[in-house]
Design a protein around this ligand. Structure first.
Ligand SMILES: NC(=O)CC[C@H](N)C(=O)O
Length: 307
């Protein structure tokens, strides 16, 4: 059976049973402490929405709760820039190699002599944020927000309170990353790059919007090339969960991206998109219940790119 048929045969009862197991698995996860507002949520929230290419959708849990995308914006910055400037332009600013280090690793960046290794870690995303059109962080974020909302039919909104919390927290690690890239000649104007990056990480959605964004990568869409979708999906598969990407590819085998807010998005090419939100994180910074859910869900439906 094709993945699209497997996903379409899903029943609401099946989804609920797996989601309830996943919710209980959120216990023992941790909320991030370096962005104060991110820690002011209920760690047991769990929401999932699945959109299928045949038009069906399934949802369960706290599906109305808004959350910020954080690193889940990274594949969409990449998609937008691939469309707007082409792959040669994009990959002259960022690499495509996986990393076995944390998403904020300065050691990895220094070992790479300031060259941002891939778009799914902070260095690469900051480098790409610097390429968005606009005069300042807000207008660049606004351009990306509108670009995505138009194409996905979603309703991304800037969460200003979260942005204030991110800025107040100082962002030392990301500033250090930008400084290394600037000094190595791989980033112009580090201040505006960080400001843009902070803004785009604070774009807020609910799981329904996140699933709509995912559909941009799951199926054909006017104005988005097949090649660019393939590139973004490939980089999500190899780099999307940071140092956990390789083992997750063995266990699940779907292009997936996580964020420290607990957002998690998986693409089932030509079949649909699976959006989860559950804020308690594992030691890598991925949603604990979300990852558990994806493993159980894909195994019970036998969903995979590889079979
Ligand atoms: N993994 C993430 O979601 C990281 C995003 C966050 N804004 C940071 O830079 O730390």
């Amino acid at each position: 059976m094709m993945n699209s048929a497997k996903l379409s045969n899903l029943t609401q009862a099946q989804l609920e049973s797996l989601a309830v197991q996943a919710r209980s698995y959120s216990q023992g996860g941790r909320l991030p402490d370096y962005i104060p507002l991110l820690a002011q949520v209920n760690p047991e929230w769990f929401a999932v929405e699945i959109n299928c290419t045949d038009g069906q959708s399934f949802r369960f849990g706290e599906t109305e709760i808004p959350f910020v995308l954080m690193s889940v914006i990274k594949p969409f910055v990449l998609l937008c820039l691939l469309e707007e400037m082409g792959k040669e332009g994009v990959f002259s600013h960022v690499g495509m190699q996986p990393s076995d280090q944390a998403f904020f690793s300065i050691e990895q960046l220094e070992a790479d002599k300031g060259w941002p290794r891939n778009p799914m870690i902070n260095s690469g995303a900051i480098a790409l944020a610097s390429l968005l059109p606009g005069d300042n962080g807000f207008s660049r974020c606004e351009n990306l927000r509108q670009w995505l909302n138009q194409r996905a039919g979603a309703n991304l909104m800037l969460d200003k309170a979260m942005l204030n919390s991110v800025v107040a927290a100082g962002g030392e690690r990301n500033r250090a990353i930008a400084k290394v890239m600037f000094e190595s000649g791989f980033l112009n104007a580090p201040e505006i790059a960080i400001d843009t990056y902070n803004h785009i990480c604070c774009l807020a959605v609910n799981v329904s919007d996140l699933a709509k964004l995912g559909m941009l990568l799951a199926q054909e869409k006017a104005g988005i090339s097949i090649e660019n979708r393939r590139i973004v999906n490939a980089l999500m598969l190899t780099c999307g969960l940071y140092e956990a990407s390789a083992s997750f590819a063995v266990k699940v085998g779907l292009p997936t991206k996580s964020g420290v807010s607990g957002a998690l998005l998986s693409i089932v090419p030509s079949a649909g998109a699976i959006a989860c939100y559950s804020p308690a994180l594992d030691h890598v910074g991925n949603s604990k219940a979300g990852i558990f859910f994806l493993e159980k869900f894909t195994n019970s439906l036998n969903l995979s790119l590889f079979i």
